[in-house]
Ligand binder design. Structure first.
Ligand SMILES: Cc1ncc(C[n+]2csc(CCOP(=O)(O)OP(=O)(O)O)c2C)c(N)n1
Length: 276
């Protein structure tokens, strides 16, 4: 589905978004860096795949996206600014008093469909939007990205049951399955396995993929099964590309040092050179 050039472009874009996200967190004095970096490839794929128009964020033909793991807002802000939804200068104010770019996304930010950050609400919101679109016989799709630790919130499972009941085949739920949460491994805090088995049992067409592999992500996004919502379990690495943070629960929320930022920039520049 994707050719070599498209994959190369996505890889370059990911390395740049990763760099800019880490710089944003450094300049702003903190952020949920681990979950920001695990979602980069998924988010980039969505921004490339979904129907949307940065010049007209409320375009009625758009697909809807909800970042249910709202704490991972910095990657989202970086992408929104790269795509022209928000002025790049806004990023300089991230995390400062009075800025609309807070630690969690809100609807004052162009392109953001819902205020999120209190975990366990995005799936319910997405299910409601998908149901309304179905009733109006609209073709728009709804995408929602949850964390895996987030699935400990019971409200998710109510939404999941409803999505199946109402046969919401216009809904795609993606799980950023980095297997870590705030206090350690998901399987130690509140086991989810078999997550695929659970999602299937709850009535979702379910696939499990490598959440850093564009071919797998795009092919999963294109799956359509009549009258079934879609669940994509995207296995990822928390802190991806920032070597000191990869797979480290203590990097759930952290500010990198200047040296760590510089090292990342060097690594990403080398990576892009290798790709060229
Ligand atoms: C209702 C609620 N409880 C607690 C928190 C605090 N909190 C922020 S992130 C987080 C862990 C989320 O883990 P996961 O969903 O796996 O996200 P990721 O690892 O991708 O960052 C928690 C408990 C919150 N934001 N909302």
């Amino acid at each position: 589905m994707l050719d070599k050039e498209q994959i190369k472009k996505l890889k370059i874009q990911a390395s740049e978004i990763c760099e800019k996200t880490v710089e944003l967190i450094y300049n702003g004095g903190g952020g949920h860096i681990g979950g920001d970096l695990s979602e980069v490839d998924i988010m980039i794929s969505l921004f490339n795949y979904m129907k949307h128009d940065p010049k007209n964020p409320k375009w009625t033909g758009r697909d809807y996206f909800i970042l249910s793991k709202g704490h991972s807002a910095e990657t989202y802000y970086t992408l929104l600014s790269e795509y022209g939804y928000i002025d790049k200068k806004l990023l300089d104010k991230y995390g400062t008093f009075g800025s609309i770019l807070g630690g969690h996304p809100n609807k004052k930010v162009a392109g953001v469909e819902a205020n999120t950050g209190s975990l366990g609400h995005g799936l319910g919101l997405a299910t409601g939007i998908a149901l309304a679109l179905k009733k109006d016989q609209k073709e728009n799709r709804v995408y929602v990205l949850t964390g895996d630790g987030e699935l400990g919130e019971g409200s998710n499972w109510e939404a999941i049951m409803s999505a199946a009941k109402y046969k919401l085949d216009n809904l795609t739920w993606i799980v950023d399955r980095n297997s870590l949460q705030i206090s350690g491994k998901t399987e130690a805090v509140m086991p989810l396995e078999s997550l695929k088995g659970k999602a299937e049992a709850f009535g979702f067409k379910t696939v499990e993929i490598n959440g850093h592999d564009y071919e797998q992500i795009f092919s999963a996004l294109s799956i359509r099964e009549k009258e079934k919502p879609l669940c994509i379990i995207a296995n990822t690495v928390k802190g991806k590309r920032l070597a000191c943070a990869e797979n480290r629960p203590d990097w759930h929320h952290k500010t990198p040092t200047k040296e760590q930022v510089e090292q990342l920039k060097k690594n990403m520049a080398e990576y892009r050179k290798e790709l060229a």
